[in-house]
Design a protein around this ligand. Structure first.
Ligand code: PEP
Ligand code: MG
Length: 326
């Protein structure tokens, strides 16, 4: 078994019937990127930039962010690195920027709760320039890394995606005017809300890629908090409604020739690798330690089998379980 694991570590993998599936890592710091390299990841599918903002009193400057992103890129296993813009709010609190807390109607700090102003909503509403500062740092870092991609979290309207991309283009124009080198990164939207799922055709038509965040998608599809023990049975990516939401997005992306990655916890559920590969998912982004087992699972898949339709026909969680244990 150890030899088998070693054999799948380094090279990109394909299914038994020859479909390539990139297995990348969720890695947010230079140290995690180095771990991703050790575990044979084909790139970084999700760099959560909150880490760059954590544990400090004030947000990092453009120069500090640039240095951190560069160090992460330098330690990354390949040039494809998907960097997500700041996702504050919901479960993610950042000192000085707030976030976290339950939603209330009073508009206070907890307005940044899971149903409040989190992710891209917050970035677009922030007029102090913090979003532009991050975009400047990312665009400059992309000057030396063609594979750097920018992904916006918690998108729930096409307008949010368009506006965020416009802000990125505006920052690129400013850099041009200042004579500062920058790249031209691919731009993607995370699909983490039912709204984004229902708009997947339009988002796939406009974005270079889509990233399904199954942690939040499960939370919002099931209306079951991701950190709420009492509803842990509902916050479960094997629920049929979640599988159907993923399939909706995959079919939109496939129909539009839009790259699709899955980067929540579900991407590491190897019982579902045949389902995800069968839907045509291009990339599975998992924690560095999960890269070897997920690569092994991809190699065992035959996308011609009937797993996808059977799972999509399952009406209950237990019916899904029965199919997965067959
Ligand atoms: C997700 O929601 O699935 C995701 C990948 O993002 P995060 O866990 O950081 O919210
Ligand atoms: Mg998320």
């Amino acid at each position: 078994a150890a030899a088998d694991a070693g054999a799948v570590v380094d090279a990109p993998v394909e299914t038994a019937d020859g479909v390539s599936v990139a297995v990348t890592a969720n890695a947010s710091t230079p140290a995690a990127a180095a771990r991703a390299t050790e575990h044979g990841a084909d790139g970084i599918g999700l760099c959560r930039t909150e880490f760059c903002f954590a544990g400090r009193d004030a947000p990092p400057t453009e120069a500090e962010q640039y240095e951190t992103y560069r160090a992460t890129l330098d330690a990354a296993p390949s040039s494809r690195v998907v960097v997500r813009t700041l996702d504050v709010g919901g479960d993610k609190a950042v000192p000085g920027l707030g976030g976290g807390g339950a939603p209330t109607l009073d508009g206070g700090e907890s307005a940044a709760g899971p149903l409040g102003r989190r992710g891209i909503r917050r970035s677009l509403a922030d007029h102090a320039g913090a979003f532009e500062t991050q975009l400047r740092a990312l665009l400059r870092a992309s000057a030396d890394c063609d594979g750097l991609c920018v992904m916006f979290p918690m998108v729930s309207t096409v307008d949010e995606f368009r506006t965020a991309r416009e802000r990125l283009r505006g920052v690129a124009a400013d850099l041009d005017a200042d004579g500062v080198a920058h790249g031209d990164p691919d731009v993607g939207a995370m699909v983490e809300t039912p709204a984004a799922t229902l708009l997947a055709d339009e988002l796939a038509a406009e974005a270079d890629f889509l990233g399904i965040g199954t942690n939040d998608l499960t939370q919002y599809v099931m209306a079951a908090g991701r950190d709420c023990e009492a509803v842990a049975d509902l916050h479960d990516g094997r629920q049929p409604a979640v599988l159907r939401a993923i399939a909706t997005v995959a079919r939109s992306a496939r129909g539009r020739d839009c790259r699709l990655e899955v980067c929540g916890e579900l991407a590491a559920d190897t019982a579902l690798t045949p389902f995800l590969a069968g839907l045509g998912v291009d990339e599975l982004s998992v924690s560095p330690v999960s890269v070897p087992p997920v690569k092994a699972a991809v190699r065992a898949v035959d996308t011609n089998d009937t797993t996808v339709e059977e799972l999509l026909g399952a009406p209950t969680r237990s019916a899904v379980e029965d199919l997965l244990s067959e």
